[in-house]
Design a protein around this ligand. Structure first.
Ligand code: GDP
Ligand code: IMO
Ligand code: MG
Length: 426
């Protein structure tokens, strides 16, 4: 049995896509377990860049099966577009399947997401406006429409009508905006049904069987620790559980079947959207990280907020996910700085915190407590052996590992599939 979970440990965009792709060559299955097309996972193969929003990042190996799991919310329009794009580029796409239990993002979810954000004004979340929150809200209100409903368009029509009646009342009475048309949505989703029906499967028994037969299953997390609905900086979070626990509920797999939980951690921190960010750098250092790191959203193109590595967040991620391994990414971006800082605690109203407090408002006042380390100047992007890294780079990694109390098994030194240093076998 080999169930591997890959999760983000910060606020997303740690390089999960790249790591899934690197580990994907050994996988029989790559399974997304939560989130939707709010994700933007970049995979670079032979200099060619692919950004995947819904498709699992193992797609490009063209082997095994890639599954969009029950816990994911699926916008069929986006999914088909992504499949078409990959096919145009010559990639194999017939190994992609969707769980029949996955919920569908409907056009009214997207409209509601946009309206709610506008109405939020200064309190807006800064969502990706992909309809994620409203879709999960319908799921938990028990009125959602699922992929399985695309297999019976008569039933689909009944569910759509019920939903649309309520949503149209919300549009007219609360938001004073136009209603949405039943026929337009029905006909659109009928086309999606035609194109997707052969890919909609009962995925959970198959994945469990694969694990029982010792096949390798990679569970791909989207978003990250601090965007988790329960443990992130609520309400500035996403509407799913991107932590390792999300695999059990999001795929229907027992925690007993998970062997490794791999946390992807960028060597510094970024955040897109609103919400507190203790180590944020609103200065030339932050700008320099953004430019060198290319820190612009893979989904929305928004500039990402940048700051030093926050290990209060890091340790929180080790604990809550039960990480067995940490993969450090983008350490090449830190090359050239004289001094590097690592946040090891927060000071809030004169009190020192070593864990993330629940009161998000408190986090806005938190002052980072930093340790300083010396930087390095050498280009490290072509290095493939740990011993060859500059001494100060090794010291940085060692110190991070020490504070986290979790082994660093891999270091990524560039966006390409081959730009990795393995410290231990994963
Ligand atoms: P994800 O959402 O966690 O998959 O991450 P994104 O794809 O949104 O953002 C990570 C970005 O960093 C992408 O542009 C990757 O190509 C790039 N990247 C990944 N690993 C490395 C690395 O080690 N070094 C550098 N310079 N870029 C990296
Ligand atoms: P990947 O998988 C970074 C953020 C949004 C917003 C909040 C809620 O590429 O790491 P949502 O649309 O989910 O309701 O937005 O979550 N967010 C992400 N930030 N990377 C992501 O995904 C994100 N997915 C959502 O910016 O702050
Ligand atoms: Mg991303």
């Amino acid at each position: 049995m080999a169930g591997y979970v890959v999760v983000g440990t910060q606020w997303g965009d740690e390089g999960k896509g790249k790591i899934i792709d690197v580990l994907g060559d050994r996988a029989d299955y790559v399974v997304r377990f939560q989130g939707g097309n709010n994700a933007g996972h970049t995979v670079v193969v032979n200099g060619e860049k692919f950004i995947l929003h819904l498709l699992p990042s193992g797609m490009l190996h063209g082997q095994g099966k890639c599954i969009i799991g029950p816990g994911v919310v699926v916008d069929p329009k986006v999914l088909l577009k992504e499949l078409d794009t990959l096919e145009e580029k010559g990639a194999k796409i017939d190994h992609l399947f969707i769980s029949d239990r996955a919920h569908l993002i409907m056009p009214y979810h997207i409209k509601l997401d946009i309206l709610q954000e506008e109405r939020g004004g200064n309190n807006k979340i800064g969502t990706t406006k992909r309809g994620i929150g409203p879709c999960y809200a319908d799921k938990f209100s028990r009125v959602g429409i699922r992929a399985v409903d695309l297999l019976d368009m008569e039933l689909f029509g009944k569910k759509l009508k019920l939903n649309l009646d309520t949503k149209n009342e919300i549009f007219t009475k609360i938001y004073d905006t136009e209603i949405m048309d039943f026929d337009e949505i029905f006909n659109e989703y009928k086309l999606y049904s035609e194109r997707l029906k052969n890919r909609i499967i009962d995925a959970t028994p198959e994945i469990n069987k694969a694990l029982d037969e010792n096949k390798t299953v990679l569970f791909e997390g989207a978003q990250a620790m601090m965007l988790d609905i329960n443990y992130g900086t609520y309400p500035y979070v996403t509407s799913s559980s991107p932590t390792s626990g999300g695999v059990t509920t999001g795929v229907g797999v027992s925690p007993r079947k998970i062997d490794k939980v791999i946390g992807v951690m960028k060597a510094y921190t970024t955040r897109v959207g609103e919400g507190p960010f203790v180590t944020e750098l609103n200065d030339s250092i932050g700008e320099r990280i953004r430019e060198i790191g290319g820190e612009y959203g893979a989904t929305t193109g928004r500039p990402r907020r940048c700051g030093w590595l926050d290990l209060v967040v890091g340790k929180y991620a080790v604990d809550i996910n039960g990480l067995t391994d940490v993969v450090i990414t983008k350490i090449d971006v830190l090359t050239g700085f004289d001094t590097l800082k690592i946040c090891v605690g927060y000071e809030i109203d004169g009190k020192v915190y070593n864990s993330v407090p629940a009161m998000t408002e408190k986090l806005y006042k938190a002052k980072p407590i930093y340790e300083e380390l010396e930087g390095w100047k050498e280009d490290i992007t072509s290095i493939r052996e740990y011993e060859k890294l500059p001494e100060n780079c090794k010291k940085y990694l060692k110190r991070v590992e020490e504070i986290l109390g979790c082994q660093i098994t891999m270091v990524s030194v560039g966006p390409d599939r081959v730009q990795n240093i393995f410290l231990k076998e994963i």
